[in-house]
Design a protein around this ligand. Structure first.
Ligand SMILES: [Zn+2]
Length: 298
């Protein structure tokens, strides 16, 4: 791991992605948006939070950071008198679990895929701070569901993607799907290979999800280029899928031409995707490096 990757890796896992995501996604106050029925999203800093706030239930998907988690919880308490029934973590990254301590003891259940507590524990060991010990208390291996008031919430694991513990969360009656970080909308995504990410499997997940849910489902994305926003439809999943395929294909072609890893990864943007956001904390080169490793080491 080179120095830049090390710094990024450390800041993602130890400081909970505070540094890179702060500059991109900082707002002075959180924003609530209702999407359909009693389901919506909250953005302030870090990964997009999904929520359900109905007369008989409250649920939260992901927890951002302690300060913004408090703002989110306070705002939801204005929408419903119900206690918080549920927190689901879509994956272990600090910008999606950093607010867990705010929800610990408040949420009746904290749900995630089996690998999430393990990956949080590993991140704690690698960090120099105290770490986040507010782990999910209920985990599942393939799928999980629960009725909450007049809504049914599903969590499903489709295999390794952005990490090896990504849940896709579906609000069935509202027909809203939270993708966690399986979609960075029009952004070069972070790909956490040390936590089991796989680009090839990620591509299959996006295609499976687009086929599985109704064509008019609304999707919530973990991160987005601001002009495109953190929600969209199945076509946006297709764009993410095409991008990952283009990254893999570019690396594959380079390997076939006998180019070195350094030659292959020396690239700043992909031509057909020049409208994408290429943030400097995780570059196209980094993803081409991941693709190269996946294609040559697996
Ligand atoms: Zn993530």
């Amino acid at each position: 791991m080179d120095r830049r990757q090390f710094l990024f890796h450390s800041s993602m896992l130890a400081a909970g992605a505070a540094l890179p995501f702060k500059s991109l996604f900082a707002n002075n106050q959180g924003r609530f948006k209702t999407l359909r029925r009693n389901v919506g999203y909250f953005t302030e800093r870090g990964g997009t939070i999904g929520w359900l706030a109905s007369p008989d239930a409250m649920a939260v998907i992901d927890s951002q950071y302690p300060k913004t988690a408090k703002n989110c919880l306070n705002g939801l308490r204005d929408k419903t008198d119900q206690p918080l029934n549920l927190l689901i973590n879509t994956h272990h990254h600090g910008d999606h679990t950093g607010g867990n301590p705010i929800f610990k003891g408040v949420a009746e259940k904290m749900i995630a895929h089996d690998n999430v507590p393990k990956l949080m524990q590993k991140a704690n060991k690698e960090s120099e701070g105290e770490g986040n010990t507010a782990f999910p208390d209920t985990t599942y291996s393939e799928s999980w569901e629960m009725d909450l008031g007049d809504e049914t919430i599903h969590a499903k694991y489709y295999g390794p993607g952005h990490t090896s513990g990504d849940s896709v969360v579906y609000f069935e009656q509202a027909n809203v799907v939270h993708m966690g970080d399986l979609v960075f909308n029009r952004m070069n995504p972070y790909t956490d290979r040390p936590s089991g990410a796989s680009m090839r499997s990620w591509i299959k997940i996006l295609s499976a999800v687009a086929d599985e849910y109704p064509s008019d489902a609304i999707y919530i994305f973990g991160h987005a280029k601001p002009e495109y926003g953190v929600t969209g439809n199945k076509d946006d999943l297709g764009v993410m899928e095409n991008y990952l395929s283009a990254v893999l294909n570019y690396a594959q072609k380079g390997i076939e031409q006998g180019l070195s890893k350094q030659e292959i990864t020396n690239k700043e943007t992909l031509e057909e995707f020049d409208h994408f956001l290429y943030a400097d904390f995780w570059t196209l080169s980094d993803n081409l490096g991941v693709a190269y490793e996946e294609l040559t080491q697996s």
